[in-house]
Design a binder for this molecule. Structure first.
Ligand code: MG
Length: 456
């Protein structure tokens, strides 16, 4: 990963604050490089609802057209929707314009391979090489790409979920669930109204307009879900759901108005999938150990990878996993596709509720209980985050250590995981333990140690 003028460049794309790092020129070059690598042909372009998305979109379109790629314009759409359209035959690739859960002043390009998965490290390096070498396949005037409108992506995504063996739409409809849904004015507003209607749910929407004006911090973590929690109680709903701006992360609020924590989105859906179809599970290194306990109950094996959707997806494909995901609310149900997908997660939760007959609180309470504390240490843009993380390892020579990603210190019933973020200039510090106090004390201890290293 390179860090350049307020820009985070990685193999999966480029992310920055618009106007400071992410300029039209940057978006243009990435699109030219991408189109040169995967074109000529049709490249799917979708975006979240950010105010800057329209500007970035035009730069991406021009870059793709200039190297002879037709743009398949699906408009504002969830990231998993763009992934599903990209993997359809006849499409050379896909680009998603979204900074996911980052604040509204950010935007980014996420680059997809023709199979609808994020680029692998090797694929991404080829794009960066083209940019560094100005290696673009510009075409002549009569081969410039066209803009092709594509209007059925949302309904195709919904239909694909409802057609899965595990999902029985009629059974969900019969329950007439009452739901409060918070879309944070992101792309969720483009799919969830139609999706819930197809499942016969009575929905109260919060922040449904896909206008990019996020009324709160857009990450669907408990501290940001106060409005949703209050609305669930006020309306006596069965469930509250929150999605991030590009709808690949899902968080749940119980009928009592209690956020269950995004780790439990994956725990609940994994529990349901394994109860129906036991098999291998793939999650990232910092996902809750509740997953291991749940899998053990079904005789299933859990495989852990580096943090990042592509690492989880890659491994899930290799071993033909029945379930996968990331504890940040990223549910991957491989039978649909190998991408984090909030509507897919919602369908699994509703099917679980419909079949189990208990409340979401009761089902949650029956699962293994752990508390996770997620924190971060902000860094200057040019700080050596990886060096600081490596130093921590040497400070604990006698601890049981897992270096799948960053460094994870493993204790008997708890762990603490420290890694440099791929997408922001921060070091993430996470700990999980049987109680919140224990997890918090681990986080505080290691944050102090990182501060000590930075002061050196
Ligand atoms: Mg996201």
């Amino acid at each position: 990963m390179a860090k350049l003028k307020n820009l985070m460049i990685s193999v999966s794309g480029v992310r920055g604050i618009v106007g400071e790092g992410l300029t039209p020129e940057v978006a243009l070059k990435f699109a030219q490089a991408y189109g040169s690598e995967y074109g000529p042909g049709k490249v799917v372009v979708g975006r979240d609802s950010r105010v800057t998305g329209e500007m970035v979109k035009h730069a991406v379109w021009a870059g793709l057209q200039s190297v002879g790629c037709d743009v398949v314009d699906i408009g504002i759409a969830p990231t998993p929707t763009t992934e599903l359209v990209t993997e359809k035959s006849g499409h050379a690739g896909g680009i998603i314009i979204t900074a996911s859960h980052n604040p509204k002043e950010w935007n980014a390009l996420k680059l997809l391979a023709p199979d609808g998965l994020f680029l692998t490290a090797e694929q991404g390096e080829n794009i960066l090489k083209r940019i560094n070498n100005d290696d673009f396949n510009f075409c002549q005037w009569n081969a410039i790409g066209k803009i092709l409108k594509y209007d059925t992506s949302i309904s195709e995504h919904i239909d694909a979920i409802l057609a899965l063996d595990l999902i029985d739409p009629q059974k969900i409809k019969d329950k007439k669930f009452k739901i409060v849904a918070d879309c944070v004015n992101g792309a969720g507003g483009t799919i969830l109204p139609q999706f819930f209607e197809a499942l016969g749910c009575n929905v109260i929407f919060l922040n449904r307009e896909p206008n990019g004006l996020f009324p709160r911090s857009p990450e669907p973590v408990p501290e940001n879900l106060g409005q949703l929690a209050a609305a669930v109680k006020e309306h006596g709903a069965d469930l509250g759901i929150a999605v991030d701006p590009d709808v690949d992360r899902l968080a749940l609020v119980s009928e009592k108005g209690k956020p269950l924590g995004e780790e439990y989105t994956l725990a609940l859906t994994t529990y349901f999938v394994l109860s129906k179809t036991p098999g291998d599970v793939v999650v990232n290194a910092s996902t809750t150990r509740a997953i291991d306990d749940i899998a053990a109950g079904f005789g299933s094996v859990v495989h852990r990878t580096k943090v990042g959707e592509i690492h989880v997806a890659d491994q899930a494909r290799k071993i033909d996993a029945v379930m996968a995901g990331e504890g940040n609310g990223g549910v991957i149900y491989p039978k649909l596709h190998l991408g984090r997908d909030a509507p897919m997660g919602i369908a699994l939760v509703l099917q679980l509720l419909a079949e189990d007959g208990k409340t979401i609180s009761e089902i949650h309470a029956a699962l293994p209980q752990y508390a996770m504390v997620k924190d971060k240490v902000a860094l200057a843009f040019d700080a050596d985050a990886k060096g600081a993380v490596a130093k921590l390892e040497t400070m604990h020579p006698n601890d049981d250590i897992d270096t799948t990603d960053g460094v994870k210190f493993l204790y008997e019933k708890s762990w603490v995981h420290i890694r440099a973020s791929n997408t922001e200039p921060i070091i993430r510090v996470m700990a999980e333990a049987p109680t919140r106090e224990q997890a918090q004390s681990l986080v505080t201890q290691f944050k102090n140690e990182i501060a000590g290293i930075q002061d050196e």
